[in-house]
Design a binder for this molecule. Structure first.
Ligand SMILES: [Zn+2]
Length: 238
C-alpha cells in the first residue's frame, strides 16, 4: 500500500489499483520488453489522470464545504471523500463536477502545450485520430515524425488523451456510483428513480460494451447495472 500527501490531502493507493490498471493496459497480452514498457506507461498515465480527477473533487470539496478530505485509489479507479463537510445542493454539484472538470482541463493543458511546440492543426489531427479513430488531415509532419522517433512518448500521450477524454465522458453517464449518477442523485427524487435510470443506462452500456468495446467495458457496466438493481430493490417508491 502506498500512502502520501498532496496539497495537504492524504492519498492511499491500494495494490488492486495497479492490478486493474495493468489489465486495462493489456498486461495479459504483453510478451515483449516493449509491450511491458507500454503497459507501465499506461499505468503511469492512469495513475496521474485518476489522481488529478480525485484532486479536483477533494480540493473543491475542502474549499466549499470544509471538512476532512482524503483520496483512495482502488480497483475501479478512485474515491474522494469528505468527512464533516457541509454542502448546499449547488456546492455538492460543483464538488462532483470538479472531478471530470479537472480531467478535461488537464487534457486541454496537454493540447495547448503541444500546440506551443508543434503546429496546432497537427495537434488537433493527432488528438482526433487517437480519440475518434479519424480526423482532419495533417498540415506538416513534424509532430508525427517526432512521435515516430519517440514511440514511448507517443504511447504515453495517446494514453493520457484517451483516459482523460473517454473516461471523463463515460464517468458523466447517469449511473451510480459514477459522477454522472451522483449528479443525478442531487436533482432526481425519489432516490429509487436514480437507481432505475442507472440500471437502464448501465445495461445499455454493458450490451454496447460487449458488442463493440470488448469484455472489460462489458463487465464493468454489467457490474454497475447489478449494483443499481440491488439498490433500487432495497428502496421503496416514496
Ligand atoms: Zn469522480
Amino acid at each position: 500500500m502506498i500512502r502520501f500527501s498532496l496539497f495537504g490531502i492524504p492519498v492511499e493507493v491500494q495494490p488492486f489499483f495497479w492490478i486493474v490498471m495493468a489489465l486495462l493496459g493489456r498486461a495479459d497480452r504483453a510478451d515483449s520488453r516493449e509491450d511491458f514498457l507500454a503497459v507501465a506507461l499506461f499505468v503511469i498515465a492512469a495513475f496521474i489522470s485518476v489522481l488529478i480527477h480525485e484532486l479536483g473533487h477533494a480540493l473543491t470539496g475542502r474549499k466549499l464545504g470544509g471538512g476532512y478530505a482524503s483520496i483512495i485509489l482502488t480497483s475501479f479507479g478512485g474515491l474522494a471523500m469528505n468527512q464533516g463537510g457541509r454542502f448546499t445542493r449547488h456546492q455538492r454539484f460543483l464538488m462532483i463536477a470538479a472531478g471530470p472538470g479537472a480531467g478535461f482541463a488537464f487534457l486541454l493543458a496537454i493540447l495547448v502545450t503541444l500546440s506551443l511546440i508543434f503546429d496546432s492543426t497537427d495537434v488537433i489531427a493527432f488528438a482526433s485520430r487517437h480519440l475518434f479513430g479519424q480526423g482532419i488531415p495533417f498540415k506538416t509532419f513534424e509532430l508525427m515524425d517526432f512521435l515516430e522517433k519517440k514511440p514511448f512518448i507517443h504511447f504515453f500521450l495517446a494514453d493520457l488523451l484517451l483516459i482523460n477524454f473517454w473516461w471523463g465522458v463515460l464517468n458523466l453517464l447517469p449511473i451510480m456510483p459514477l459522477d454522472g449518477g451522483q449528479i443525478t442523485d442531487i436533482y432526481v427524487k425519489p432516490q429509487r428513480r436514480v437507481f432505475l435510470i442507472g440500471l437502464v443506462a448501465a445495461t445499455a452500456m454493458s450490451l454496447f460494451g460487449f458488442l463493440k468495446l470488448g469484455l472489460y467495458p462489458g463487465f464493468f457496466f454489467g457490474y454497475f447495472a447489478w449494483i443499481n438493481y440491488q439498490n433500487m430493490k432495497s428502496l421503496n417508491w416514496q
